[in-house]
Design a protein around this ligand. Structure first.
Ligand code: PGA
Length: 249
């Protein structure tokens, strides 16, 4: 079982999302074949574009989710979305703690943990992003950075909540650069994450410049439960190319 998770970030408003979904609909046979092989397509479009995925959701060909989620159900939180709102339009997951939220919007460890903890409930999955910057890596801090990003969350979750949690390792230096982390670096970082998790066994994704050329090698790594994909997820050919590459034997 592996997950291909598209993070569209602030790309594809309603018209573009509608066109994407219509085109992807022509690849239903491929999506079904992927599903049978245990490869599922998850999409996190801008919230305003989520409704265009309704048909594909109903056919269970994709899962759709939010790029972030608040810890409260409703209230005076301008610009935010709650799990209740996301669930109402069929979302079954949300990404939390993406490095762009951490670095561009000042979401610190305490806040992203609050976002995750409040939403680890049955029927809803949190994809919790962690990753070191190039400076932290150069200083040899990768292990401690990953541990710090995870420990406070892992100390607080119950076994039931753990079942709703996926970790995404996204080294900041590999995001949007066109240069994915080397296999050895992914395995090492996933090893640190596994150690930080202790007795809690969680699926771990990799994200950062994943595309049709490197996806097969990355998914073949024993620790990798899936990939989080930004730019290569923005075209149908990019997406189906990745699925085809991943299915190649
Ligand atoms: P990228 O983005 O695939 O464009 O590097 C990945 C991400 O930010 O999740």
């Amino acid at each position: 079982m592996a997950v291909l998770l598209a993070n569209w970030k602030m790309n594809h408003g309603p018209a573009a999302a509608n066109a994407f979904v219509r085109e992807l609909n022509e690849y239903r046979a491929l999506l079904n074949r992927a599903d049978e092989a245990g490869l599922s397509s998850w999409f996190a479009p801008p919230a305003i574009s989520i409704p265009y995925f309704a048909d594909l959701q109903i056919q269970r060909l994709v899962r759709v989710g939010g790029q972030n989620v608040h810890w409260k159900d409703s209230g005076a939180f301008t610009g935010e979305l709650s799990r209740a709102m996301l669930s109402e339009i069929g979302c079954t997951f949300a990404i939390v703690g993406h490095s762009e939220r951490r670095h561009q919007h000042g979401e610190d460890d305490a806040q992203v943990i609050e976002r995750a903890l409040a939403n680890l409930v049955p029927g809803f999955t949190i994809v919790f992003c962690v990753g070191e910057s190039s400076e932290q890596r150069a200083r040899g801090e990768t292990n401690s950075v990953l541990r710090n990003q995870l420990t406070a969350l892992l100390n607080k979750i119950t076994p039931d909540q753990a079942r709703q949690l996926i970790i995404a390792y996204e080294p900041v230096w590999a995001i949007g650069t066109g240069v994915a982390a080397q296999s050895a670096d992914i395995v090492a970082a996933h090893g640190y994450i596994g150690e930080a998790c202790g007795d809690i066994s969680l699926p771990i994704l990799y994200g950062g410049s994943v595309n049709a050329k490197n996806v097969k090698e990355i998914l073949a790594l024993p620790t990798v439960a899936g990939v989080l994909v930004g730019s290569a997820s923005l075209t149908v050919s990019g997406w189906t190319g990745m699925i085809e590459a991943a299915l190649e034997s």
